[in-house]
Design a binder for this molecule. Structure first.
Ligand code: 5GP
Ligand code: ZN
Length: 112
């Protein structure tokens, strides 16, 4: 499958990995919009938030715990952060593999 983030998961394309386990990968965004800008993705290819199924509930819960852990490690748990999912054309999704943006380390604008 020709998917950029699957290639990052398979290490065919290099990335700066922040966290990895059997189900989840987190890596620095290539064009950061804040001092902390990390993408958290399921290793399973899910093309967008709209494609989630009931069997993905546990995985989605786990992703949020990983985001929380990374926020703690990056020192932004208390200063605050934003988690964004862009979905589909109107949502501005460019890469068609579900990903969570973790942004922080500065006072974020309302419009990202
Ligand atoms: P979207 O607009 O789909 O929600 O976000 C896609 C994100 O992926 C963008 O923030 C973009 O900077 C990031 N991105 C695109 N290509 C690459 C890449 O090759 N490596 C990394 N690390 N991030 C990428
Ligand atoms: Zn993929």
């Amino acid at each position: 499958m020709d998917c950029l983030f699957c290639k990052i998961i398979n290490k065919e394309i290099p990335s700066q990995i922040v966290y990895e386990d059997n189900d989840i990968l987190a890596f620095n965004d290539i064009a950061p919009k804040a001092p902390v800008h990390i993408l958290i993705i399921p290793k399973k290819h899910i093309s967008s938030h709209a494609e989630l199924g009931e069997f993905d509930a546990e995985l989605m819960g786990k992703i949020h715990m990983v985001i929380n852990k990374i926020a703690r490690e990056k020192g932004i748990l208390e200063s605050g952060y934003r988690v964004i999912i862009n979905c589909g054309e109107d949502g501005g999704q460019e890469v068609k593999h579900l990903h969570f943006h973790l942004l922080g380390g500065k006072k974020l604008e309302i419009n990202m």
